[in-house]
Design a protein around this ligand. Sequence first.
Ligand code: FES
Length: 160
Amino acid sequence: MEYVYLTQDIKERIDKYLERFPVKEQAVIQSLHLIYSKYRDITLEHMQELSDYLQVPLAHIEGIVSFYDMFRVKRNARHHIRVCKNLPCHIMGCKKLLELFEKLTGEKANEESKNGRFYIETVECIGSCSVAPAFMIDDDLYDGTKINEGKLNEILSKYT
Ligand code: FES
């Protein structure tokens, strides 16, 4: 197979995972992270190439991608905002934070992006409860403890 999306760099990094993990399936999640961070999305073509390269069934990879929020395939915007909605973040005000995001971006959470700049998604715990209400924009994790409208606006302005 000729790889379009699995660049030399990605393949070399996958090879390193393969050296580390005795079972090829164990390299799938790490490999998906590599693909996601480069393309900001996981498409069927990405999964087909990865399946071929790792010699792991496509269905196995599709199962992982559909299970984990972080590999959500429905992104349609340049930047992906994730707001945690689990209990600790709920208690610390994630609902208000979400409303602020919707106000400042003009987008609705969990709906297709209208202007193609931001897609807002509510997600399960992102492992950062100490900075609840935690949120991420692309790969950047933010401390939501002292966020106000001005600060959030400033943060959003970095993502064009
Ligand atoms: S509950 Fe929100 S980051 Fe853990």
